[in-house]
Ligand binder design. Structure first.
Ligand code: UD1
Length: 364
């Protein structure tokens, strides 16, 4: 069997790394293709090095653009690759534009599509990732899920049960493999922080930074957090560009409690999350990682596609009202956070389960 593994953007790298490794151990032939949706050293290359990912066999170099341009560029370039390639399965992960684009090209060429992290739904169709999830799931042959609610979502959308496989969370495979090396990076001390006494913050959703109004609201929330404790903010290029454009960046950089840094490597970031008092974010994956690390997570969004991080993990949805952040912080300082147990199958073996399924059902 031959599998083509697709990566495009930062959150893809930690998901593909363990599956590629498990496939190699099972002697499956593989090819790693990077679309180039993310291309900066800090958004891409660094992750390859830290996660032990091999150099991509094929790099499409599509870069940034509007959704239509980026998706179309990936589709055109990937179609040319598949023209000259004999592969049985195209495996895509997550919900970024590269995920959707490559799935669509593969299915039209009658190649089996495997989608890892299928079935997650925020219910918010204004979120670009939600459209990517819905469409990718509809055209996939193998839908690998991380939580039981995802299976239910897929069945509700008419996906035949036989295509759905609950396997657990590959991102947690990576986290468990690297947690110890992460602790050795010494990032907390290097940044002059004290363990258990600072917040980690990541904010980059278009809905939180792309308009002046939403960016101001985000800055207000950040100021509430900064009034309570030191905050480390590895700033996403999108957020940096938008806050600068709206003249808001100085409002936070001038605050002595803020440590703003460029996007961090996987290990350094994991180390900071593991030792933080709280994580404040609008990311999807971070809600899952904090659940396993046991670090309280306050999510600056109205909805989540990962409900298990609330029911079983450390995550709280605080919506977009900065005052609710203040309330959540008050509750936290009252020691109100709960005991955690890792959700079912978030055990470091999800990738093995995926490879087993593919070996049994998708032989070329
Ligand atoms: C993408 C994903 C999002 C994911 C996020 C993680 C989609 C629809 N969105 O959003 O789900 O949470 O990645 O980071 O696929 N840029 C750089 N260097 C890079 C990459 C991007 O400077 O290496 C800048 C460019 O100005 C670009 C902007 O960041 O226009 C946004 O990048 P893009 O890939 O369009 O979306 P993200 O916001 O990163």
């Amino acid at each position: 069997m031959h599998i083509t593994f697709v990566v495009g953007a930062r959150p893809n790298f930690m998901k593909v790394a363990p599956i590629l490794k498990a496939a190699k151990q099972a002697r499956i032939e593989s090819l790693l293709l990077h679309t180039g949706q993310h291309y900066d050293q800090k958004m891409s290359t660094l992750f390859f090095n830290q996660l032990g990912l091999p150099r991509p066999d094929i790099y499409l170099g599509v870069g940034s653009g509007t959704h239509a341009v980026q998706t179309a560029k990936v589709m055109t370039a990937f179609d040319e690759v598949l023209e000259g390639l004999s592969t049985d399965v195209v495996l895509v992960v997550g919900d970024v534009n590269s995920t959707l684009a490559c799935a669509l090209v593969a299915v039209k060429r009658n190649i089996l599509v495997a989608h890892v992290e299928a079935g997650l739904r925020s219910g918010d169709r204004t979120m670009p990732e939600e459209i990517n999830r819905i469409v990718t799931d509809q055209i996939s042959d193998f839908l690998f899920t991380t939580e039981r609610t995802a299976d239910e979502n897929l069945v509700k959308e008419g996906i035949p049960k036989e295509r759905v496989f609950f396997v657990g969370n590959v991102m947690i495979d990576t986290l468990l493999e690297h947690r110890e090396s992460a602790s050795k990076t010494g990032m907390v001390e290097a940044l002059g922080l004290t363990k258990g006494d600072y917040a980690v913050c990541t904010l980059h959703r278009p809905s939180n930074v792309d308009t002046r109004e939403s960016a101001e609201n985000t800055v207000r929330a950040l100021e509430i957090l900064l009034a309570q404790m030191p905050v480390i903010l590895p700033i996403h290029p999108r957020t940096n560009a938008k806050l600068t454009e709206f003249g808001l960046i100085e409002r936070i950089t001038e605050n002595p409690n803020l440590k703003m840094v460029e996007p961090l490597g996987y290990l350094e970031f994991m180390c900071l999350m593991d030792n933080a008092k709280v994580v404040f974010t609008d990311s999807g994956g971070i809600q899952e990682e904090t659940t396993v690390l046991g670090t309280p997570c306050l999510t600056f969004r109205e909805n989540t596609e990962r409900p298990i991080t609330i029911t079983e993990g450390t995550n709280q949805l605080i919506g977009l009202d900065p005052n609710r952040l203040q309330e959540a912080l008050d509750r936290l300082s009252g020691g109100a956070h709960k005991e955690v147990k890792a959700p079912e199958y978030w055990d470091g073996r999800a990738s093995e389960r995926i490879v087993d399924v593919l070996l049994h059902h998708a032989r070329g």
